[in-house]
Design a protein around this ligand. Sequence first.
Ligand code: HEC
Length: 114
Amino acid sequence: MSRAFTLALAAIFAAVWTAPAPSRKAPPWEKPKQVARYLYLENCSICHDLSKPKSPKMGPTLVRFKTAPPAARESLRKYIMFKIRSGGIKMPKFGDVLSEDQIRRLADYLLPDD
Ligand code: HEC
């Protein structure tokens, strides 16, 4: 291997290694609800159930949001988004892991369908 080639390889490697992970934008064929479901499954489902009134998982069941009255929707959305960003006593914060768009999708996913 020539020295120039090795240097070029090293440069490419360094560029790829240090590049910030691109925040994943949903391709058009992914429906918003599906995207939110995957976000939930990946990040939240280990600690939260969505549909059961009682749950053995570490976090409380989130069913109360799905069944909330429509008038409470906006304030609950703010609360959920805050909770995801900042976490809690035992809940990790996701503010630097998830984008604002992803956090909004997750909140919508937990709330009643409009
Ligand atoms: C490691 C476990 C864990 C993970 C992962 C986790 N949570 Fe939590 N979550 C908790 C716990 C424990 C609480 C309650 C105590 C607290 O706030 O720390 C909670 C509380 C909440 C609340 C408030 C519930 C209420 O009834 O007021 C919401 C909303 C919530 N989590 C949403 C999420 C979402 C959305 C995700 C995924 C992005 C997530 N959580 C990931 C453990 C977790």
